[in-house]
Design a protein around this ligand. Sequence first.
Ligand code: ATP
Ligand code: LTN
Length: 348
Amino acid sequence: MAPMVNAAVTGPAKDRPRVLSGIQPTSGSFHLGNYLGAVRQWVDLQEQNDAFYMVVDLHAITVEQDPATLRENTRISVAQLLGAGLDPERCTLFVQSHVPEHAQLGWVMNCMTGFGEAARMTQFKDKSSKQGSDRTSVGLFTYPILQIADILLYQADAVPVGEDQRQHVELTRDLAERFNTRYAPTFTVPKPYILKETAKIFDLQDPTSKMSKSASSPKGLVSLLDEPKVSAKKFKSAVTDTDTVVSYDEENKAGVSNLLRIHSALSGQSIEQLVAHFEGKMYGALKTELAELFAEWVTPFQERTKSYLDDPAELDRVLGLGAEKAREVASETLATVYDRIGFLAPKR
Ligand code: ATP
Ligand code: LTN
């Protein structure tokens, strides 16, 4: 019989498609790119899918971290995910280090990935070239391989992320197929879930670079937990061009096009509608309207986030339950993997 490469044979039967994603607790606040590129899709997808979402603290230590800050940022990240609309009744929300199977499957995947294959990952090349080789950890190099384990443990069908993560999901597909072919059908081969319109939100000061937590300057970074006044200032001083006409042209008007895309994502109006709406008006009108639109969304988001942060016992309860649900699936996948590889089962 031909091998069923795309069929998963581990874990309880899935009654709905499964989605999985993760976000790093590497900052005291998510930014607008994280929200529009990823988290907003997480919220939508929890309705129709069996959704697993996690704060990836194991990934966060691939760069130097202060322990107290990491702990604090992990809580803030969870609170923001809840504030953005994740509902623990509808999805499984957990912290990666609470599920030891991630590190365990990560090792197996390390042993199945070619060195050259890992060396082709562009995110590693970007980050390591910024840091210099002495400050770059081996963990940063193998970071995508831990991500592969994150995804495969849950037999995820789809992975909602921004464009910068596409290459990692493609590598995950290769590794799932490799394992399935070498041993037996074991893993679902996942697809990236990337919405074109918001796949890459750009820095407001440098509209050719992606908005990033680790940007060299915070001036072009819209942090969700900043005072809306602070973000309004950033929108108003966004880099545009010397022209004045509001039109969409990614190549020649990268700054204005980025603002239009953000507006469209927040307001639900199409780019064409917005270009018509701003006809005869200057860039200032677009920037002012965008600042107002953002404040309208972010103010209740901040209130909800704060209410979760003010109730640490509830946060712990949600995470305890999440880890338990996640481990049920993860432990079953790992047990099958260990068996397929040929590890001797321990006698209990
Ligand atoms: P860093 O840039 O420091 O690596 P980050 O800001 O990319 O961090 P992550 O935790 O790595 O944050 O990313 C969380 C999610 O947000 C990922 O799915 C990623 O693709 C998405 N994302 C991050 N930045 C953007 C952006 N500028 N536009 C769209 N999506 C983004
Ligand atoms: N590498 C991702 C974070 C991440 C992730 C995952 C995303 C870790 N594990 C699993 C999707 C699925 C990033 O956003 N930088």
